[in-house]
Write a protein that binds this ligand. Structure first.
Ligand code: SF4
Length: 347
């Protein structure tokens, strides 16, 4: 690994400066912003999830701010879709990549119509993040499955959270309740994806009581490769502010089950089965990519503490013009620069 890559691994966000990147001037309702040039729009479909992971980042973001995970949602469908369209009209000049997320987006009855609306806006780099449970379920009143709908939508990236290569251990770690996703169903989904130009990716959390070492990561990737996957992401548990976090099972778990990626990367540097490909420095996350056999192995660490500091830092550099690092459309109809629906509200 070259010296400058090593330097970035250890310094990480110290070296990050959003103002060195392309920033697009953007005005909404008389307020000026600068938007990161390759901005992503996350459409948070719903907070409902049939799993109950002890490492759920959707929930941890709220606890980090010392509040409960309660998301208000528009219940009237017409009102929701009107707001969705107003939001898409607003962000159209930014041409964001679009990710669907939650909660579990494949179990939300609005999803098929949302896909039609997003497709009509010709959105870019289409991704969904899911635990996979609803993918083979039939759309109400149709013979199509959610997977069929995603194919018609021309989905490009299918991110499936799978915390272990063993189905039973995975279901236990994720506390997956009905419907869960069997290995046979997962294989079917991977096969359908590969046949329809959708790139599947498996996402695995590193935890002490699960995938916790290079040896276990190799087992996971060998299993992934055997079912037709060539893209795996391993995530270190998210860091957060231990002083202000609302205590509970998720922060407790994240603290006690942490597996350090730094130590894993240091082992990979000496392991001939892996070759370093690239690294990505984000505003609160840092990624290293390696090649293992046919697998593009992504590994990511992130720290919620860094977000506010980074935003304050950039505000000074832009003479007070807020920078939008990412866009999030919330179930209550707010478009924000934040994963909390009351923060950095744009419309
Ligand atoms: S599957 Fe995702 S959204 Fe659901 S509980 Fe687990 S981490 Fe949270």
């Amino acid at each position: 690994m070259a010296k400058q890559n090593i330097e970035m691994r250890y310094k990480r966000q110290e070296m990050f400066d959003i103002t060195e990147k392309e920033l697009t001037p953007f005005s909404v309702n008389g307020k000026d912003y600068l938007v990161y040039g390759n901005v992503n729009l996350s459409v948070f479909v719903s907070d409902y999830c049939n799993a109950s992971c002890n490492f759920c980042v959707a929930q941890l973001r709220y606890f980090h701010d010392g509040v409960d995970y309660v998301k208000q949602a528009i219940t009237d469908e017409k009102e929701y879709f009107d707001k969705l369209k107003i939001m898409l009209d607003t962000v159209k000049p930014l041409n964001p990549s679009v990710s669907l997320t939650g909660g579990e987006p494949t179990l939300d009855p609005k999803l098929p119509t949302m896909l039609d609306v997003l497709d009509s806006y010709d959105v870019r780099k289409r991704t969904i993040t899911t635990n996979g449970s609803g993918l083979l379920k039939k759309v109400s009143g149709s013979s199509d499955t959610i997977m069929d709908k995603l194919i018609s939508y021309k989905l490009q990236y299918l991110n499936i959270s799978r915390a272990h290569y063993n189905e039973e251990i995975n279901n236990n770690i994720m506390n997956l309740k009905n419907p869960s996703l069997s290995d046979a169903e997962l294989e079917e989904i991977i096969h359908i994806s590969n046949e329809n130009s959708i790139r599947p990716r498996l996402s695995c959390i590193l935890i002490k009581d699960g995938v916790n070492s290079v040896k276990e990561m190799i087992r996971y990737m060998d299993w992934a490769e055997s079912i037709g996957v060539d893209n795996v992401v391993f995530r270190q548990l998210m860091k957060f502010d231990e002083k202000s976090v609302k205590p509970g099972r998720i922060p407790d778990f994240c603290k006690s089950q942490d597996v350090s990626l730094i130590q894993i990367w240091e082992s990979l540097d000496k392991d001939k089965r892996f070759s370093f490909t690239t690294q990505i420095l984000g505003y609160y996350y840092y990624v290293e990519v390696f090649k293992y056999k046919s697998i593009d192995m992504v590994s990511e660490m992130a720290d919620l503490n860094l977000i506010e500091n980074e935003k304050e830092k950039s505000l000074k550099k832009t003479n007070g013009i807020p920078v939008i690092y990412e866009l999030v459309f919330h179930p209550n109809g707010n478009l924000c620069g934040s994963w909390r629906e009351w923060k950095e509200v744009i419309i």
